[in-house]
Design a protein around this ligand. Sequence first.
Ligand code: GLN
Length: 451
Amino acid sequence: MAAPLAAPAAPEAGWFGHPRGLSTLFFTEMWERFSYYGMRAFLFLYMVNVLQFDVKHAGSVYGWYTFSAWAAPIVGGIVADRLLGQYRSVLLGGSIIALGHFTLAFHPLPFFYAGLALVATGTGLLKPNVSTLVGSLYDAGDARRDAGFSIFYMGINLGAALGPLIAGWFAQKVDWHIGFACAGIGMLLGLTQYVLGKGRLQPALDRLGARPRSTASAVASSPVPAAGDAPGRFGFTAVEWKRIAAMLVFFAFAVVFWAGYEQAGSTLNLFGDRYTDRTVLGYNFPSSWFVAVQAIFVILLAPGFAWLWVRLGPREPSSPAKFTFGLLFIGLSFLFLIPAARMAQSAPGALVGPLWLVGCYFIQELGELSLSPVGLSVFTKLAPVKIVGMMMGVWFLADALGNWLAGRAAGFFTSVPLAQLFGMVGVICLAAAAILALLIKPVTRLMGGVH
Ligand code: GLN
C-alpha cells in the first residue's frame, strides 16, 4: 500500500466551513466597499450643494470618476499578474484609496480632483485582485468555491450598506469633510486586518505563485473548454468565437442595466435630497441613507433568489432570459417613480414620501439579482481560458460605461421635467428588454451548451 501522497489534503475548515483566508478577504472588501459606496452616497450632493457645481458639470464629474473606478480594474489585473502579484496590489490599492479619501477631506478644488483620481486608481488595483485571491483560496474543483463567492458578495453589500449609513451620516449631519475622512478610516481598518491576516492567505498566495503568470486569473469557476474544435483566427476556435459573440451581447445589455442602476448615486440621489420627505418618527435622516437601500435589499433577497433557482430546477430561466428580467425590472423601477416625480414637481416645495424610493430600489434589486450574478458567471464560464482574467475586467467595464451614462442622465435633472426623465430611462430599459427577449434563442445557441 503506497502512502497516499497524492490524496488531497482534508479541506482546511476555518470560517463557516471555508478557508480562514475568506474572512480576511471578506473584511478587506467589506471595508473597501464601505469607503467606495460611503463616499459615493454623498459625492453628487457635495458637488451640487457645497462646491456649487451645476448638475451638468456634477453629472459629468460623477460619470468620469465612476467610469474610471470601474474601468481601472482591467489595468489593475494586469499589473498584479505581470508586476506586483495579487497580495501587494491589494495592499497598494487599498493604501492609495485611503490616501484618496483623506485628500478629499480637504476643501480646495485641486484636492477634490486629486482625491477622486487616487480613489479610482486604488480601486483598479484592489477590486479585481481581491476577487482573484478569493478564487485562489480553493483548489480547482473545490465544491465550496461558488458558496465562497456568495459569502464574499455579502461582504461587498454589507460594506455598501454600512458606508452610506455611517460616512453619509457624518458627511451630511456633522461635516462633509469628516464624511470623506470616515471613508478613509474604513479603508485603513480593512487594510490593517488584511496585513494582520496575511498568514491566512498563504495557501492562496502559494497557489497563485505556482500557476503560470498570465491573466487567466483564478477567479474563474472553470471556463468550459470548447473541445474538438480547431483553433482559428487569433487562436480561438469557432466555438470560442461564438461564445465571445454571446458575451458581447450580454455586455451591451449589461451597460443599459447599469446605466439605470447606477443612477442611485446621481439622479435618484438628488431626487432623494430635493424632493423626498425624509422625516421618519420625528427624525430627519440624511439623503445619503437611501443609497444603502439597494445593498440592504441584496442582503435580504439574495438567499431567496438562490432558493428560487434551485426550486425551479429544470425550469430555471436561461442566462439571456434572466438578463431580460433584469432589464425589465430596472425599466419598471423608473416607471414606478413617474407619479412621485409628478407630485414632487406639482408645486414648489412639494415632497413625496420616502417609500417611493425604497419601492423603486426594491424593484431594481429584483433586477440586479437576476442579472449581476449571471453576468459574472457567464463571463467566467464562457471566456476562453487564456483571456478569462481580462474578461472579468470587461464585465466591470460594462458597469463603468453604465456609470458614465448615469452621470450624463443626471445632467438633465434641472432641464427636463423629472417625470419625463424617469419615463425616458424606463422606456429605454424596457425597449432593451424587449430586444433581448427576441434574442434569447440565438444567444442561447451561441453559448453552445454552457448554462
Ligand atoms: N455592486 C457590486 C460591487 O460593488 C457588483 C457590481 C458589478 O458586478 N458590476 O462589487
